[in-house]
Structure formats: structure tokens, C-alpha cells
Write a protein that binds this ligand. Structure first.
Ligand SMILES: NC(=O)c1ccc[n+]([C@@H]2O[C@H](COP(=O)([O-])OP(=O)(O)OC[C@H]3O[C@@H](n4cnc5c(N)ncnc54)[C@H](OP(=O)(O)O)[C@@H]3O)[C@@H](O)[C@H]2O)c1
Length: 269
């Protein structure tokens, strides 16, 4: 498989050991991109690398916890050791934290900010250093339909996704004419381990898109250099409808939905 003419480097995918990140990595491999796969669990990363390498590309792994302050330095060292240059960056790693703001577990919430915000910023700066001189690259932040809606009982998760939207949109404008693009992937409910890992009830897990479909729409949008990639018709309609409603009202509706899902109430979640 040949590479698109303007992209010759590797794709760095965080959260590549499972779910959306794993599907994205394998679909980028099928398009011929060598991979650097990042996640905490070495065994699942190795199995993802094995799957992706089946497409005939090189797949390296870097097992790090992105909540650790030196994580991005360790990823930079792994790229150097592998002789890889980042030309596609997928900021995908994430997890859910839920509960009322006054009672949520502070350590988990702060780790979420480290992973979703600080690691995203550091990896983006690292990637831009290799992309800008070559006037070629793609960056995508994996956010959520929650980028458009304040989320009671998942307040910091929703705020991180809104941050990612704003950051990607601003970055995209800064990058105009540089040959590098920034995109935002905003999936809705997707059938991955995400909810069960967060201890969310099976009731909240029903439905959702297949991660391979989410990844297919993402890769197509990313390669086309589109900004906003919202996979699936239902999610597209949801984000359009959200734009018609004032933010406080969106928060009220979302609060009622999360209460029905059993996430509401102080001391609960
Ligand atoms: N599933 C959904 O319904 C949904 C909807 C909208 C948006 N999203 C977003 O999509 C992204 C991927 O989620 P998913 O559904 O694919 O969930 P998933 O299957 O649980 O995958 C999450 C990935 O992130 C990695 N990760 C988590 N914490 C990490 C840390 N501290 N350091 C390094 N890697 C870490 C995990 O690997 P390790 O455990 O090995 O570290 C795993 O590879 C997330 O950003 C999520 O917010 C998901």
C-alpha cells in the first residue's frame, strides 16, 4: 500500500490498546502508515501492534501512563530510538470519571486532566516540531459529542472534551497555509470497554456505534483534512440540535439524562 504523497512519517496513536484507538491504528496501518502505539498496558499494546503489523507496516509500542509528568519525554525517546518522525498524531487516550463535583474522587479527576489536556498539549507541541519544517502533518483530538454539551455528573470529562474542541479549532486557524491540519473527532456512544472500565451501569452501555465504523469515518475525514468529524447520522443530528439550544439548557437536559442513567445525586455516581 502506498502512502498519500504528502505524508511520509509515522502515525502516533495514544490509547491504541483498545476501542477506538486500536481501530484507528489498524486502519492507518492498512493505509500504509508505520505506527507508534501508546497506552499503559504492555501486553494489550503488543497484541494491537501484532494485529496492525498484519497490514505489512512496522508497529512499535511505548507503554506509558499519560498521567505521569514525564510520559511525553518517554514517548519522544521511544520515537528517537525507533527512528520515527510523527506525521499523524491521534490524541485518543481517555477514560471517564463520574460523580458530583463536590464528591468526585479528586485523584481520578486530576489524572483525567493530565491525560486529556496536558498530555494532548505536550504531544501536539512535540508533533508540530517535526511537522512544520516538512509542511506536512495531521493532528486529531478525539473528543466527544460532549464537546458541545456541559455534562452534569461528568463535569470534568465534558469540560476536557470542550477544551479539546476549542484547542483544535484555534490550532487549525494558526496552521492555515502550513500544510498541517488539526481535526476534532466527536464520537457519541461507541461499543468499547470505556463505560464498563468506568464502572458505569449496563443501562448506560446500550446501543452505540461500532468502533471500526467510528475509526473509518475518522480516518477518511482526517486524510481529507476536515475539521469536525462527527461519526454517524444520529450523532451529527445531536450536535446540530445542541447548537440551537442555549448552553445552560443543554446542561439541564444532560443532567436529567445522566440522572436517569443513575449518575445523579450527591454522594452517588
Ligand atoms: N466509547 C465511547 O462511548 C466514547 C464516546 C465519545 C468519546 N470517546 C472517547 O474516545 C477515546 C477512546 O475511548 P474508547 O471508547 O476507545 O475507550 P477504551 O476502549 O477504554 O480505550 C481507552 C484507551 O485509552 C488508554 N488509556 C486510558 N488511560 C490512559 C493513561 N493514563 N495513559 C495512557 N493510556 C491510557 C487505554 O489503554 P490502557 O488502559 O492500556 O492505558 C485504552 O487504550 C477516549 O478519549 C474517549 O473519551 C469514547
Amino acid at each position: 500500500m502506498t502512502l498519500p504523497s504528502d505524508i511520509t512519517g509515522a502515525a502516533l496513536v495514544t490509547g491504541a490498546s483498545s476501542g477506538i484507538g486500536r481501530s484507528l491504528a489498524c486502519q492507518l496501518a492498512k493505509r500504509g502508515f508505520p505506527l507508534m502505539l501508546v497506552g499503559r498496558d504492555e501486553a494489550t499494546l503488543r497484541s494491537a501492534a501484532h494485529d496492525c503489523a498484519g497490514a505489512g507496516v512496522r508497529a512499535e509500542i511505548c507503554a506509558v501512563d499519560l498521567a505521569e509528568p514525564d510520559a511525553v519525554k518517554r514517548i519522544a525517546a521511544a520515537l528517537d530510538a525507533a527512528g520515527m518522525r510523527v506525521e499523524i498524531l491521534v490524541n485518543n487516550a481517555g477514560f471517564a470519571v463520574h460523580g458530583p463535583v463536590a464528591a468526585v474522587e479528586a485523584d481520578a479527576e486530576e489524572a483525567l486532566v493530565q491525560v486529556q489536556i496536558l498530555a494532548t498539549l505536550r504531544l501536539t507541541r512535540l508533533a508540530l516540531r517535526s511537522m512544520l519544517p516538512l509542511r506536512s502533518g495531521r493532528i486529531v483530538h478525539v473528543a466527544s459529542v460532549y464537546s458541545f454539551i456541559p455534562v452534569p455528573h461528568q463535569a470534568v470529562y465534558g469540560a476536557c472534551k470542550a477544551f479539546m474542541f476549542s484547542h483544535a479549532a484555534a490550532l487549525r486557524e494558526e496552521l492555515r497555509g502550513t500544510g498541517v491540519t488539526a481535526s476534532l473527532l466527536a464520537p457519541g456512544t461507541t461499543r468499547t470497554a470505556f463505560r464498563s472500565r468506568a464502572g458505569l451501569s449496563p443501562r448506560a452501555e446500550r446501543g452505540g456505534m461500532d468502533p471500526d465504523r467510528v475509526a473509518a469515518e475518522a480516518v477518511e475525514g482526517l486524510m481529507a483534512g476536515r475539521f469536525l468529524i462527527v461519526p454517524g447520522l444520529r450523532n451529527k443530528l445531536l450536535t446540530l440540535a445542541a447548537g440551537l439550544v442555549p448552553r445552560p439548557s443543554r446542561a439541564r437536559v444532560m443532567g436529567a439524562i445522566n440522572a436517569r442513567r443513575g449518575l445523579g445525586g450527591h454522594g452517588g455516581g
